[in-house]
Design a binder for this molecule. Structure first.
Ligand code: NAD
Length: 374
């Protein structure tokens, strides 16, 4: 299959395939056309792509000629005019939110596969870009906090006195939150964790975190392991409990998200005003509105000496390994997307393909998206 790898927009440092991933695809019989500078921000020069068999190609020629067009960030809507029915576009389109763009793909009869809509099943794990990128974000958020907080993470007993360990609060114990717990514990912080899904308590404890309990959370078994909206009564009790722990924390990392909905506001302005100056909040739920009342996406807000870092692009800050993991996910995904002679095979009987196909020949395919667009 002819795969077109495009350069990402300026704010995105990752690339969907590093040269090493191109090499693996070429060995499987695919041909990769790449836009010059596609990997430059991830430290992958054009020469490395060509050495591994890819062909440097003008963007518009890739759009016209590739059978499968690959990016991380969505294509700009104006570029859909270059595409023909039958071409397949793969990327991360956040289709629960980007409805207008998705409708353009549908109207033009294009096939759009969005990797953030893969089912969260064991079989899909090897291609789950949400998990791999959340792993990067969880790790990097702790390092970002360590870099900004004017205190040590570990306890120190030295001739210059005893230094208490930093107190960290992590909100949301999904993939990013669990990775953040592990990283923070390795650096010696004392970690408290809250999640509405009580099921994660044991995982939190096994990583050395202390789970904060709030009775009566709705843990919807039909939501595929995701969080669901909570009752007002629960939210009020949760708010009080979080506030109690937040104001004592040196670092807060917030990762709480609900697919297709604004992120829950877990930390109020009033709580932030009671935190010690110098404390740091890293909010990686910033793209869906953030978990604090003061978060601004891709900005650092200094509120009375408390830094609130809203960074929804945090995995882009680790462009090399993040691109490596993304590329491995893509290779695993292409394994099931291709049949004999590496030709494209869209089998909608396969729950992975059906789950991540958003539009095809003028229809919405994914059940989840169909329901959301009703
Ligand atoms: P996510 O990014 O959607 O959310 C992060 C965390 O925030 C979740 O743990 C969620 O419960 C929590 N949260 C939401 N609202 C909250 C609130 N009001 N207060 C506190 N916490 C709140 O989560 P994710 O990392 O994508 O994981 C979602 C689910 O998918 C998990 O059950 C995870 O185990 C599962 N999963 C499965 C696979 C797989 O089998 N392929 C892969 C990854 C994740």
């Amino acid at each position: 299959m002819k795969i077109g790898l495009l350069r990402e927009p300026d704010f995105e440092h990752r690339v969907a395939l590093l040269p090493e991933a191109v090499q693996k695809l070429e060995k499987k019989g695919h041909q990769v056309l790449f836009e010059p500078d596609a990997g430059a921000k991830a430290f992958a020069p054009d020469s490395a792509y060509t050495e591994n068999g890819a062909v440097a190609t003008k963007r518009t020629d890739i759009l016209k000629n590739a059978e499968l067009i690959l990016t991380i960030q969505p294509l700009p809507v104006k570029e859909l005019d270059h595409l023909q029915k039958g071409q397949v576009v793969v990327g991360v389109y956040n289709p629960l939110v980007n409805k207008e763009l998705v409708n353009q793909f549908k109207e033009k009869g294009l096939t759009l596969l969005s990797l953030d809509n893969l089912p969260r099943t064991t079989r899909a794990q090897a291609m789950d870009i949400l998990s791999s990128m959340a792993t990067v974000a969880g790790y990097k958020s702790v390092l970002e906090a360590a870099n900004r907080v004017p205190r040590f993470f570990p306890m120190f007993m030295s001739a210059a006195g005893t230094i208490k360990p930093a107190k960290m609060l992590i909100l949301g114990a999904g993939v990013a939150g669990l990775q953040a717990i592990g990283t923070a514990r390795k650096l010696g912080a004392v970690v408290e964790v809250f999640d509405v899904r009580a099921a994660v308590k044991e995982e939190v404890q096994s990583l050395g975190g202390k789970f904060i309990e709030v009775e009566g959370a709705k843990d919807d078994k039909d939501a595929g392991g995701y969080a669901v909206e909570q009752s007002d009564d629960f939210k009020n009790r949760q708010q009080e409990k979080i506030q109690e722990h937040a104001i004592k924390s040196d670092v807060i990392i917030t990762t709480a998200q609900i697919p297709g909905k604004p992120a829950p506001k877990l930390i109020t302005k009033a709580s932030i005003e009671q935190m010690k100056p110098g404390s740091v909040i890293i909010d990686i739920a910033a793209s869906s509105g953030g978990n604090t009342e003061l978060t601004q996406d891709n900005k650092v807000v200094n509120h009375n000496g408390v830094m609130i870092v809203g960074n929804s692009q945090i995995s882009s800050d680790m462009a090399d390994d993040a691109s490596r993991m993304f590329g491995n996910n893509v290779i695993n995904f292409l394994e099931i997307l291709t049949g004999e002679n590496s030709a494209l095979k869209l089998n909608f009987e396969d729950d992975i393909i059906a789950g991540c196909t958003i539009t095809h020949e003028g229809d919405l395919i994914s059940e989840r998206i169909r329901k959301a667009y009703k």
